[in-house]
Ligand binder design. Sequence first.
Ligand SMILES: [Zn+2]
Ligand SMILES: [Zn+2]
Length: 139
Amino acid sequence: MVVTNGSCHCGQTKWTITTEDTPTHVLCHCDACKKLSGGPYTLNIVVPISDVKLTEGELKEYIYKGDSGNEVVCYYCSNCTTHPWHHQKVNGEKYVVRSGLLEGSEKFKVVAEVYAKYRYPFQQQIAAASFEIMPPSSE
Ligand SMILES: [Zn+2]
Ligand SMILES: [Zn+2]
């Protein structure tokens, strides 16, 4: 098991995720990610809620309705607004954790890209596995 630390920009919130191996990145090119991050895509890893632990500070919630019509709860540091993970209710007991906020994330492998139909024209495909929206196995 690998325990990886994450922290927000101001340092008031810290967290860990536990994964079987070194975490990996899934790039998401959806419009919500563009708006929430201000960048062309976000870096994510899906982790069971029980393997995500907030170790310092408190997170606030911002809630919106996802494509499925289900709620998405975004957790963020109330001081600096860094958004360490969100809960797509449609995913069940899993969080989508922003893998780019984890220590050593520059070394993680990019394993897939989702919502690739919204990839910016200047952005090259990085992962071999690229899905127009989501892979058939998930929603
Ligand atoms: Zn912060
Ligand atoms: Zn997205």
